[in-house]
Design a protein around this ligand. Structure first.
Ligand code: SF4
Length: 381
């Protein structure tokens, strides 16, 4: 069935809010949170650790730490609690992004189960399965993802266990990689240029002969598609392939984005069809999928990336995150003197809906709404 990506209009009279048709929590995140809280309830007295942040949302992670859960690593892999401190009686929850085979082995060696409390999202596992299928056919796996992101590190590790693997961050990286396919660059430069991002024993002379692209599930769909299309074209022209024999060199691997990423991104395209004064995107500042929603909105209108309603200081001032430079900024006079003011709102896959509601209530409180938030909500009940 064709999905509807038209936003919902919440009309308060002097302020009109367009809410994305799909936003917020995805299956993988809900499932992971549910398992984490169930694990706490069912294991009183046990030490429970999370490998790293459950999801990229500070509120959810704070709730978990308040219930006694401790994090073993930072999202970038930095160790907070040494593995040596763990014992076989401890519980370690694997987060929704999954983890590397090396970490799984490490935990198993201590005697800790990596299956029982594993919340790896099935959509991430789908990418691992896809990589394995490609690997069995002797393709090298190109992972489109952020090299330091937990999910990309996990996907890299699973792919690299089966075949040569290399990570590209973006199109600029893909273009550089293509120069080793076409021979435009001396092959030995590859190792310095892609340092830390290729699998052990990667042989650039033979490992770029047959390739397939998979992605971190939360990348921008259009970027992954563009990278895959570009590398396919490079393979076709370099090896003088035809449509009939392209698969000899390039594996078709469409649809390794998860449904939630796809739907949330498509809903932003739907949202951007509306004329509006600015957009607010709610989510954790280190959330990859949220930053991609910001990126889409920024192309069309002023966009404020906030992680909770508290960042809206007043109707004049807003504190928001510039994810390009990784810093919080303060903007003044962000609310135009218009009647009505039109605002687009969405949130990332790891953002609880309650935070979006708080944001809406805060904004509406700056106006004299013709109708209350509760009344508008009721009309949708
Ligand atoms: S964003 Fe997608 S892949 Fe990631 S946890 Fe959610 S459903 Fe799974």
């Amino acid at each position: 069935m064709k999905k509807d990506f038209k936003p919902t209009l919440l009309d308060f009279g002097s302020v009109q809010i367009y809410l994305a048709r799909h936003f917020g929590f995805c299956y993988g995140v809900e499932n992971a949170i549910e398992i984490a809280f169930k694990t706490i309830d069912e294991n009183p007295g046990k030490r429970i650790f999370l490998l790293s942040e459950m999801i990229h949302n500070p509120k959810v992670n704070a709730d978990l730490t308040e219930r006694g859960i401790r994090f073993l690593q930072e999202p970038n892999g930095k160790q907070l609690i040494p593995f040596e401190e763990l014992t076989k009686d401890d519980i370690v929850i694997i987060p929704a992004f999954g983890t590397t085979l090396a970490i799984e082995e490490r935990l198993k060696a201590i005697g800790i189960s990596v299956e029982k409390y594993n919340t790896t999202c099935p959509f991430v596992e789908k990418v691992w399965n896809r990589s394995e299928q490609i690997a069995k056919k002797n393709y090298t796996v190109i992972v489109h993802g952020k090299p330091t992101h937990e999910e990309t590190r996990a996907t890299f590790s699973h792919a690299a266990a089966n075949t040569a693997t290399v990570v590209v961050n973006d199109m600029a990286d893909a273009i550089q990689l293509s120069k080793y396919i076409t021979g435009e660059k001396p092959l030995d430069e590859f190792y310095a240029e892609f340092k830390g991002r290729y699998s052990e024993n990667f042989d650039v002379t033979k490992d770029l002969q047959r390739i397939g692209v998979v992605n971190q599930t939360t990348m921008l769909a259009s970027d992954t598609q563009a990278i895959a299309d570009f590398l396919k074209t490079v393979m076709v022209s370099t090896h003088e392939l035809t449509e009939a024999n392209t698969e000899e060199r390039f594996a078709e691997t469409r649809d390794t984005l998860c449904y939630a990423t796809n739907d949330n991104q498509s809903a932003v395209y739907g949202l951007l069809q509306q004329d509006a004064n600015f957009a607010i995107v709610v989510g954790g500042y280190n959330s990859s999928n949220t930053s991609h929603l910001v990126e889409l909105c920024e192309e069309k209108l002023p966009t404020y990336f906030i992680n909770d309603a508290g960042k809206i200081i007043s109707d004049k001032t807003i504190r928001h995150f510039d994810f390009h430079h990784k810093e919080e900024l303060i903007s003044n006079d962000y609310m135009p003197e218009k009647d009505p003011v039109k605002i687009l709102i969405t949130s990332g896959a790891s953002c609880p809906d309650a935070l979006v509601e708080e944001v809406i209530r805060k904004i509406v409180s700056f106006f004299k709404p013709a109708i209350s938030v509760d009344k508008v909500v009721e009309s949708f009940a």
